[in-house]
Design a protein around this ligand. Structure first.
Ligand SMILES: *[C@@H]1O[C@H](CO)[C@@H](O)[C@H](O)[C@H]1NC(C)=O
Ligand SMILES: *[C@@H]1O[C@H](CO)[C@@H](O)[C@H](O)[C@H]1NC(C)=O
Ligand SMILES: *[C@@H]1O[C@H](CO)[C@@H](O)[C@H](O)[C@H]1NC(C)=O
Ligand SMILES: *[C@@H]1O[C@H](CO)[C@@H](O)[C@H](O)[C@H]1NC(C)=O
Ligand SMILES: CC(=O)N[C@H]1CO[C@H](CO)[C@@H](O)[C@@H]1O
Length: 367
């Protein structure tokens, strides 16, 4: 804390009624940043608006019969029906939990607790479990939504708070369901998904692995490690010049590295990383993407790319030796990416803000 010189970045939102908020502070050489309480409060307001907002929604439901088709989002997903789609609703819960943990005196604290308690109830979770039991719904949210559910549970497992303890007990049956589906899926996943959107395999495995380690589930942990090595260990020469795609919110090259830094020990990782991304490739990935239309639901994904690149860069940099020029390159680029997209997450468009706030928080708090 003492090392941080509070150079406030006055990050103003583009919204007409925007307040002038400093979301985070950076140290003098722009390599370390911290979320401020004002930033936390502002970010929290975004999912709070949508946790219980049913429409618009994208249920991605595969109907088995006419009667099945007529269910409303809330009937199908009584816990996670808000925020446009299931995974956004789940990670909206995660980010509120995380912000409450870090900023217990947030003005919105009571509202957040009430809102989560309304959704995470035994009856609601029982029905979410039942949903995955329907023959046509076994692949629902594979693996993106599964990953965020486990991230939410990981956050609850490491929080000694009466509400958190109650929520995680209630949520566990749904986590068990997802872990079991994932355990069945891992050995069948011969090829990864290398796109920069939801089905990206590496991103899902990162969150699953972090959960497995926190929960002490070594069976799940070892299965993930085996799978990650089987898929990625011999990869070379990432085609970084092809990034980004027009609607990427994940960098396939960086996500893969973010996974392998968890799977390999430090010397193994450095060796792997040197053959995976060249310095020129890395420099290419430090160039900010152009976000040409923030009202376009696909193009606005590129703001999410800024956040996810930022957390990957910070994580990878943490393993590089101080003498490695790539370390400073990545640390500066991580802040540059945050700084470029944070002012835009409250643009007032439901297309972006219902999920971008979670990405911003993950980039700001992720260690
Ligand atoms: C935001 O606050 C900073 C620092 O107080 C100030 O310099 C800047 O002019 C303000 N910007 C707006 C748009 O109000
Ligand atoms: C770990 O995951 C496995 C696989 O689904 C499950 O059977 C087991 O109960 C879990 N163990 C713990 C300690 O959570
Ligand atoms: C990989 O992701 C893309 C983009 O979402 C999707 O169209 C494709 O079906 C996915 N492939 C597999 C095998 O999951
Ligand atoms: C953050 O963005 C502002 C406004 O675009 C810019 O003036 C500043 O130099 C940026 N800071 C960093 C650390 O990128
Ligand atoms: C915008 C959208 O996807 N709306 C859907 C919300 O859910 C209902 C019931 O499943 C659908 O009929 C809507 O099309």
């Amino acid at each position: 804390m003492k090392k941080i010189l509070y150079l406030l970045l006055a990050l103003t939102t583009l919204h007409a009624n925007a307040q002038n908020i400093s979301y985070f502070t950076v140290n003098r050489d722009s390599t370390v940043f911290r979320l401020t309480q004002a930033g936390a409060s502002h970010l929290a307001s975004l999912p709070l608006k949508c946790l219980q907002q049913e429409y618009p929604n994208k249920t991605s439901h595969t109907a088995a019969a006419a009667a099945d088709q007529l269910q409303s989002p809330q009937q199908m997903h009584p816990a996670f029906y808000g925020c446009f789609d299931w995974h956004s609703c789940v990670h909206g819960h995660w980010m509120l939990v995380r912000l409450l943990k870090d900023f217990p005196s947030l003005p919105e604290a009571q509202q957040i607790r009430a809102s989560i308690s309304k959704n995470i109830t035994p009856a609601n979770i029982q029905q979410e479990v039942a949903y995955f039991g329907m023959p046509l719904s076994k692949n629902f949210e594979r693996t993106y939504g599964w990953a965020w559910l486990l991230k939410l549970q990981q956050e609850l497992l490491t929080w000694n708070d009466p509400d958190a303890i109650a929520w995680r007990k209630t949520l566990q049956p749904l986590c068990d369901t997802v872990i079991s589906l994932w355990m069945n899926f891992l050995p069948k996943q011969t090829y990864p998904n290398r796109t920069g959107v939801h089905p990206n395999t590496a991103f899902g495995l990162v969150l699953a692995l972090d959960y497995a380690r926190t929960a002490g589930n070594t069976t799940f942990e070892q299965a993930i490690i085996r799978s990650a090595k089987g898929i990625y260990l011999h990869d070379k020469n990432a085609p970084t010049a092809w990034e980004p795609d027009g609607s990427d919110f994940l960098s396939p090259s960086l996500e893969e590295a973010d996974l392998m830094r968890r799977v390999l020990n430090k010397p193994e990782f450095l060796q792997w990383f040197n053959t995976w991304i060249s310095t020129v490739g890395l420099q290419h990935l430090t160039q900010l993407p152009v976000v040409s239309d923030r009202t376009d639901l696909q193009i606005v994904h590129l703001d999410g790319l800024c956040f996810s690149r930022s957390w990957c860069m910070k994580g990878i940099a943490s393993l590089l030796p101080a003498s490695d020029k790539r370390k400073q390159l990545l640390l500066h680029a991580a802040i540059k990416h945050l700084n470029a997209s944070l002012p835009n997450i409250a643009s007032g468009s439901y297309g972006g803000e219902h999920w971008l706030a979670s990405f911003a928080v993950y980039a700001l708090v992720n260690e």
